[in-house]
Design a binder for this molecule. Structure first.
Ligand SMILES: O=C(O)c1ccc(O)c(O)c1
Ligand SMILES: [Mg+2]
Length: 617
């Protein structure tokens, strides 16, 4: 079993709080980041005692900076500094130290000097029973590539000197991970893992502010881990994250996410190596089967009226509960107006809102087992609504995810519901995506949740301009596109996203996008049934015609129907929004023709239009 660690720099709080959070989350050990120790009132021996109490190993002491290749008297200073740290490590009970490649302008790049310095350091370390790991910082002055660091460590050829691999430094520079095959596993002194969003910026700034957990960013960390596993390395995998958000968020939540991320990345690496881990893989397919709304009884008529106006019929009435089933095409919506139980509590807490999503998978028990492995909470069956014995997971903002086997779906509906009215709108309609809004602090958490459990893939994040501030929008989708989720988050208090989180008392699903084969036709039917749609101003259509060279008739048709339009290299996208229900959730209708995005180019116009209803009744 691989030991998992986390560097104290990854977590917020005092050193004690960081250690407690790491222990509570279940890590095997920590890397003590020197600044955390220096700032702590605890002496090294007291830290050692605390680690012992918490059952945490001290896996690494770090960083030791600006060591190799120092000229003149600075060389001796560097050796003296190292001796002081070796003594400290004795008290701390740490047997491994990270020496990062020199960034000092004074550093000499002369290879023989670097090799000789590290050799001498190895001798000194040996006298203390310490292993030194040499790490190439991506912005090191002379050494900034793990291949060069390895060439040096190989030349040093000292049993107490190894290499430290840090995925950020290697992957941020685009160094091919198969270069790790040149390194024997027993010369890898330690492994640090970090992911990061793909941003085109200075490496040091990117590293110090934007690192995140594997499965939250866009670097190929699983391949990196797989290559390390090939070498035979059997030491710890440890997270080292410098992230502005992590520094300001709960260390317990961050620590728990980190462990989920390590489990996820190790599992993914095993699969890349063709091994079969005991934990089930992410499901081969996943798609939304239903969306459940929790409302108080007083809101039911208005919500039913909204559902009818957008083409849904009440096709089922629950056999025992104040719960109804609404259908249009293959889409199922459920209204839960029970006077007690989960739906009731949810509506009390969050107001009228989406309280659950039912997802169809080939093997629900396999997904539930994977969720358990990833530390994702399940809900006891007796807490869950209905008497369905379906695995139920805790999801966004306390909402639930029901897992259903594809094979059992119709039986579940028949068992629970008495058939009601016939469906009215016979068109093929399906759920295109679920759009959630989450707190910015939880934005990365939710990405990890969906990616690690369901294997969703990340597309490019968009910056969306709401009239009141910036909104980040991260799309995720399953391999076949059948499940698409967008996560939105905003720090600016006045944006629609931020107001949603306020009114909803936490994150939740803000809108459901329904895909139709012909949006112009759908718009005509929506107009006929009196659906309350979001108007879009004329300026948008003039620009659209100019940008895409639309003929006047097409432009006028889109304008009359308030349809937004976008196109990418693959295809076209049309969008139409409903007004919100009680200023809360709303629907989007889309026509997706081979197009891969979500109309990000239109989001600013849509949000500006929604903003105009902010104070309107
Ligand atoms: O940003 C740094 O200086 C720094 C220090 C130590 C590390 O292990 C690292 O990866 C980066
Ligand atoms: Mg590092």
């Amino acid at each position: 079993m691989t030991a998992f660690g986390i560097a104290t720099v990854s977590l917020s709080g005092t050193l004690e709080e960081k250690l407690r959070a790491a222990a509570a989350a279940g890590y095997d050990g920590v890397e003590i980041f020197e600044n955390d120790l220096i700032a702590s009132p605890l002496r090294p021996r007291a830290v050692r005692a605390m680690l012992d109490d918490l059952g945490l190993a001290c896996m690494l002491y770090q960083p030791f900076r600006d060591f190799e290749g120092m000229p003149g008297a600075l060389r001796q200073r560097a050796m003296d500094r190292a001796e002081a740290k070796f003594d400290l490590m004795g008290e701390l009970g740490a047997d491994r130290i990270l020496v990062c490649s020199n960034c000092s302008p004074a550093a000499l790049g002369e290879r023989n000097r670097i090799v000789a310095d590290l050799h001498e350091l190895g001798e000194r370390a040996a006298a203390h029973g310490i292993i030194v790991g040499y790490e190439a910082l991506a912005w090191g002055r002379h050494i900034f590539d793990h291949r060069d660091a390895w060439a040096i460590v190989e030349a040093v050829d000292h049993p107490n000197i190894g290499i430290i691999l840090d995925s950020f430094h290697s992957l941020s520079r685009g160094i091919a991970s198969d270069s790790i095959r040149a390194i024997p596993g027993d010369k890898i002194a330690f492994v640090q893992l970090a992911d990061a969003p793909r941003l085109d910026m200075d490496l040091l700034y990117w590293s110090r502010h934007f690192r995140n957990f594997p499965g939250q960013g866009g670097l190929p960390v699983s391949d990196y881990v797989a290559e390390i596993a090939r070498t035979g390395y059997n030491g710890p995998l440890s997270l080292e994250i410098f992230n502005d958000r992590f520094r300001g968020w709960s260390p317990d939540l961050i620590a728990a996410d980190g462990l989920r991320s390590l489990r996820h990345v190790e599992d993914a690496a095993e699969r890349l190596l063709g091994r079969t881990p005991a934990v089930p893989a992410p499901p081969a397919t996943v798609r939304p089967e239903f969306v459940e709304f929790a409302v108080g009884a007083a809101d039911v008529p208005a919500l039913e009226q909204m559902f009818r106006s957008i083409g849904f019929a009440r096709t089922g009435v629950h056999r025992a509960k104040a719960v109804t089933r609404w259908q249009a095409g293959s889409v199922n919506l459920v209204i839960n107006a029970e006077p007690a139980g989960f739906g009731h509590d949810f509506a009390q807490k969050h107001g009228a809102s989406i309280c659950a999503v039912g997802l169809a998978v080939p093997d629900r028990d396999a997904v539930a087992a994977r969720a358990t492995y990833l530390g994702i909470d399940s809900v006891d069956a007796d807490e869950a609504p209905g008497n369905l014995a379906l695995p139920t997971l805790r999801g966004i903002g306390g909402s639930l995810i029901y897992l259903m086997n594809e094979a059992e779906i119709s039986a579940v509906w028949d068992m629970e519901f008495v058939p009601g009215d016939a469906a009215v709108d016979a068109e093929p309609l399906c759920i295109d995506h679920l759009a959630a809004v989450v707190r910015t602090d939880e934005y990365l958490s939710w990405q990890l949740y969906w990616r690690s459990l369901f294997g969703l893939e990340q597309s490019l994040q968009s910056d969306v301009i709401d009239p009141s501030g910036l909104v980040l929008s991260q799309p995720l989708k399953s391999a076949d596109g059948a499940l698409r989720v967008t996560l939105n988050a905003s720090d600016a208090a006045g944006t629609l996203s931020a107001r949603f989180v306020d009114h909803n008392v936490g994150g939740g699903y803000q809108h459901i996008a329904l895909a139709t084969g012909n949006l112009v036709d759908k718009a005509a039917r929506l107009a006929a049934t009196g659906a309350d749609m979001l108007p879009i101003g004329d300026n948008y259509y003039d620009d659209l015609a100019a940008r895409f060279g639309l003929d006047p008739a097409t432009r006028d048709q889109l304008r009359a129907a308030h349809i937004l339009y976008d196109a990418d290299a693959q295809g076209e996208y049309r969008q139409l929004y409903s007004r919100a229900f009680h200023k809360r959730f709303f629907f989007e209708f889309v026509e997706r023709c081979a197009y891969e995005g979500y109309g990000a180019a239109n989001a600013g116009v849509r949000l500006a239009s929604q903003e105009r209803f902010r104070t309107a009744q």
